[in-house]
Design a protein around this ligand. Structure first.
Ligand code: ZN
Length: 349
């Protein structure tokens, strides 16, 4: 299986995140992708290739061009206009009811105002090279997708930063550009066929859901910790099934704490049944390994052999499949868990 990787991810290198009311060293750090790279590079089943450059066009087909423009200069603007700091984080977030009865306003002019306009939470600092890293992750995703469009059955894009929390207009949740949504739209719009995004990260892929919520050509199917207790809290409930043309094209399967391999696989079977009914030409997998039993920020109980079973089950869909990296924070186990999932996928084909 081809693995697309770029060292550009190293340019996004926060040392602090604000999470659980605490400023601490970030769970989402460069060592995650490097661990995956080392593990897969030592395995003959995987061939590494570098991404090609795709420019900004695939990004602005999904995201507000204002978000792209902001991210391209925000860190430097902050150094110039506010103060010199390593990580840039908003100190205020725009919420529409702040301006209740007052009518709408446009993006503020100040960098602090813009931060609160385009960001939705505190765990996603901007560093000097964040924009370049985020652009690199999109190139990785697009290049992995091109490999499958060119005829390979599978590919794996080692995307970092991840993408599934980024909405049309907002970044957050460690995500800047929605890698999976960008490639799903690219495939659906250039081939005129249906595409499914299967999101198996512990956290609900709120961004991907929002982006495709009203569309009938891209299905979004997600298994995740129940938002009644789990980040991102406001989306991912079972009664969110799409709207207008997209009604029925979103499926959320929220999971109880301590869900184990067997119970998880039953939900994954339900997901696969729904994908079969939708009938896509290609599957994009948002692969998060933060469902792992010892993940430091999550509460499910999947195991390394369980991931092999998950990959095997997904392979039974017999679809061309692009797997893109999302979360996973038990770094010691992250490489072998990705390896196990991908081996399950490739072996069962
Ligand atoms: Zn996650």
């Amino acid at each position: 299986m081809k693995v697309v990787y770029t060292p550009a991810h190293l340019l996004h290198n926060p040392e602090v995140e604000i999470e659980s009311s605490t400023a601490h060293s970030p769970f989402e750090h460069t060592g995650r992708a490097e661990k995956i790279r080392e593990t897969l590079a030592a395995d003959d089943a995987f061939d590494f290739v570098s991404p090609t450059e795709w420019g900004t066009e695939p990004i602005t087909k999904i995201h507000n061009p204002g978000l792209l423009k902001f991210l391209s200069t925000a860190w430097a603007d902050y150094q110039r206009d506010v103060k010199e700091v390593r990580e840039v984080v908003p100190d205020m977030f725009f919420k529409s009811n702040l301006r209740e009865h007052m009518g709408e306003r446009v993006e503020p002019e100040s960098v602090n105002g813009k931060l609160g306009w385009w960001c939705f939470e505190t765990t996603t600092p901007l560093t000097m090279g964040t924009y370049e890293a985020a652009r690199g992750a999109v190139d990785v995703a697009m290049s992995a997708t091109q490999i499958v469009l060119d005829g390979e059955r599978f590919s794996y894009g080692l995307c970092r930063p991840p993408g599934h929390h980024a909405t049309t207009d907002l970044y957050g949740g460690y995500c800047f550009f929605n890698n999976a949504a960008i490639v799903a739209h690219h495939v659906a719009s250039t081939t005129g066929t249906k595409v499914t995004v299967l999101d198996v990260d512990y956290h609900h892929g709120n961004g991907t859901q929002q982006i495709f919520y009203e569309r009938d050509d891209v299905q979004f199917v997600s298994l995740h910790g129940d938002p009644a207790r789990a980040y991102p809290y406001f989306t991912g409930y079972a009664d969110e099934t799409g709207s207008s043309k997209g009604l029925g094209s979103t499926l959320n399967l929220p999971l109880a704490a301590r869900t184990d391999d067997d119970t998880y696989l039953k939900s994954l079977e339900r997901a696969c049944e729904s994908i079969k009914k939708f009938g896509p030409s290609m599957l994009i997998v948002s692969l998060g390994l933060d469902t792992f039993i010892t993940d430091p920020i999550s509460d499910l109980s999947l195991t390394t052999p369980g991931y092999d079973r998950c990959g095997s089950l997904v392979a039974q869909l017999k679809l061309p499949t692009v797997v893109l990296q999302e979360g996973g924070y038990d770094v010691n186990a992250l490489g072998i868990n990705v390896q196990s999932w991908l081996h399950g996928l490739a072996r069962a084909s």
